[in-house]
Design a protein around this ligand. Structure first.
Ligand code: ZN
Length: 148
C-alpha cells in the first residue's frame, strides 16, 4: 500500500502537506510506478504538475516517455545518475537541473550506489508570461504571525 502524505493545513487559498524526507519517497506508489508521487491532485495545483521520484541504485526508469505540450524541469535532490534525451546521455548529480521541451524521449538511470531522488516540474511550454519581479507583489503592511 502506498504511503500517504499528511495534510498540515488547508484553506481557500492554500494547502500544505508533508511528503516526508526524500528517503521516505520510496514508499509512495502510483499503479506500477513505485517511489513516485504527484502533487497536482494532492495540492490542487492549477498551473503545473510536480512530482517527486526515487530510483533504486543501478535501476533505470521503467520507460522512455515524451510530452505533447508540457515542458519538464528535472531537479536532482540526491544521488547520481544519467539522463538520456534522444541519443544524448549525460551525468546527473545532486543540484543538477534540466529543462526538457516537448518532442524528445527521456529517461533516467541511477548509476550510483545510493538512491537517486529527483523532482519534476511539468508546465505548459511557452505559457509563462509573468515571473518574479513582474508578477510578485511585496506587502508594505501585512502583520507577521510567526509562532516561533
Ligand atoms: Zn514526464
Amino acid at each position: 500500500m502506498s504511503k500517504q502524505a499528511s495534510v498540515i493545513t488547508e484553506a481557500k487559498n492554500f494547502k500544505a502537506v508533508n511528503l516526508g524526507s526524500w528517503k521516505e519517497l520510496a514508499g509512495y506508489e502510483l499503479g506500477q510506478m513505485k517511489g513516485k508521487i504527484f502533487l497536482k491532485e494532492l495540492l490542487g495545483l492549477t498551473g503545473a504538475e510536480i512530482s517527486f521520484g526515487v530510483i533504486p541504485a543501478g535501476v533505470a526508469g521503467p520507460f522512455f516517455h515524451d510530452h505533447k505540450q508540457n515542458e519538464e524541469i528535472y531537479i536532482v535532490l540526491h544521488g547520481q545518475g544519467q539522463m538520456q534525451l534522444g541519443d544524448t546521455v549525460f551525468d546527473l548529480q545532486e543540484g543538477t537541473a534540466v529543462r526538457v521541451s516537448p518532442g524528445i524521449m527521456r529517461n533516467l538511470k541511477n548509476t550510483g550506489n545510493t538512491e537517486l531522488a529527483y523532482m519534476v516540474i511539468q508546465t505548459k511550454a511557452d505559457s509563462l508570461t509573468q515571473w518574479t519581479m513582474t508578477d510578485g507583489v511585496i506587502s508594505q503592511d501585512t502583520a507577521a504571525h510567526w509562532t516561533k
